[in-house]
Structures are given as structure tokens and as C-alpha cells.
Design a protein around this ligand. Structure first.
Ligand SMILES: N[C@@H](CCC(=O)N[C@@H](CS)C(=O)NCC(=O)O)C(=O)O
Length: 207
């Protein structure tokens, strides 16, 4: 069974949500998020830079949430939640999938890191600059979602899952409303039964 090494509200949520959408069995392995544990040889042997998440499937173990998502889709998705590779639609899908992690989640993650590393004296201009970058990403989504239910059109895809986690972080860190089309998009994302099952799963005590 897939094992997702995860801490609540972090990027492993993408894989939990994806498994819930696909009906793929998985197990959450809770991770101690303390910097001390993440710097330990035990955790570094799973993730060499000490981040979460990590995922294993049998004897294969990987880090990077986007890679996990694509692996699960390709192995267990049976063509669901992504357009046919090689089509124009797939290109657009890949664009948003990578945008979610490489461009949108990045400044949000740096706000968290800065606040942790400089807890005694966080630099407001640094935080403000990261917020400006994140806001620009939300505005890009706003424009892209005009007259569309999901990011690639009328079909929900795994790119929406990648973006959904970025928006979850945005809501927690930015303290401001989502722009125009993003607000109803967020409502649609969080109304999905699989999203709600994933929220319940990540807070359920490990059995
Ligand atoms: N690109 C990586 C980013 C992983 C990442 O930054 N994870 C955060 C939690 S969501 C983390 O471990 N932060 C702790 C740190 O960077 O020190 C991925 O998508 O898996």
C-alpha cells in the first residue's frame, strides 16, 4: 500500500486528496515536523533536504509532492484526472500543475520558513515581498478561471489538486480574501467529497 509521510496542512495533502479522488488505498505516516527531527539522519535518509512529504510504494521511496502526484496518476489513475499526454490540453494542464508548486507555493513556503527561522525578528519587507509574489499568482488564477469551473476548463484534474493546496496555504498565510473568480473556485474545490475525506484523514489519529 502507498505510504504518505505527512504532517497536517502540508504538501502531502495533495497526495492524500488525490488518493481519495481515485479511490486508491493509502496510509498516512505522521511526521514530526520539528526542525530537530527533520534534520535527523533517519528523516534525511528519506528526504535529503529535511522536508515533507515523502511517499513510498513497495520498495520505492520518493520526495517532491508533484512527482508523487504524477506517479500515482500514472500507476493507479487509469487515465483519470489528467488529459491525454501529447495534447494541447495536457500542455495547459502541465503548466498549472508546475505553476502550483514551482511558482505559487514557493513564496508562501518562504513566508513560513522566514517566520520560523527569524521568529525573534521577522523582516516585514521580506514577508511583504513574498506576499506580493503570492498575490500575483492568485491574480493569474483569477484571470485564468474566468468562465471556467476548473483550471483546464469544465473537467476537474489533478492540476486543481496541486493548486488547491497552494490556495489552502494562501488562505492561512495571507489574511485576505481570494480575488474574484478564485473565491468560488475555492468553494468548489473544498465542496468535493474527496477533499473533505482528505481533511478528515489528515487529522484522524494514526491507528
Ligand atoms: N517542492 C517540495 C517542497 C516541500 C516543502 O517545502 N515542504 C514543507 C512543508 S509543506 C517543508 O517541509 N518545510 C520545512 C522546511 O522547508 O524547512 C514538494 O513539493 O514536496
Amino acid at each position: 500500500m502507498l505510504k504518505i509521510y505527512h504532517a497536517p496542512r502540508t504538501r502531502g495533502f495533495r497526495i492524500v486528496w488525490l488518493c481519495e479522488e481515485l479511490g486508491t488505498p493509502y496510509q498516512i505516516v505522521p511526521v514530526d515536523m520539528s526542525p530537530k527531527y527533520r534534520a535527523s539522519p533517519e528523516w534525511r535518509s528519506l528526504n535529503p533536504v529535511g522536508k515533507v512529504p515523502v511517499m513510498s510504494d513497495g520498495d520505492m521511496t520518493i520526495f517532491e509532492s508533484g512527482a508523487m502526484l504524477q506517479y500515482v496518476l500514472d500507476k493507479y489513475g487509469e487515465g483519470r484526472l489528467q488529459p491525454q499526454p501529447g495534447t494541447n490540453e495536457h500542455g495547459i494542464y502541465l503548466q498549472w500543475l508546475w505553476f502550483a508548486e514551482a511558482t505559487f507555493s514557493r513564496p508562501l513556503g518562504e513566508i513560513v520558513n522566514h517566520n520560523r527561522e527569524f521568529a525573534d525578528n521577522p523582516l516585514k519587507p521580506v514577508i511583504d515581498e513574498m506576499k506580493t509574489r503570492a498575490r500575483l499568482c492568485a491574480q493569474a488564477l483569477d484571470a485564468a478561471l474566468a468562465e471556467k469551473s476548473w483550471i483546464i476548463g469544465e473537467t476537474f484534474s489533478a492540476a486543481d489538486i496541486m493548486l488547491g493546496l497552494s490556495l489552502r496555504s494562501y488562505q492561512r498565510l495571507m489574511n485576505e480574501d481570494f480575488p474574484g473568480n478564485v473565491a468560488p473556485y475555492w468553494t468548489r474545490l473544498t465542496a468535493r467529497p474527496a477533499y473533505q475525506r482528505a481533511i478528515a484523514a489528515e487529522t484522524r489519529p494514526a491507528s
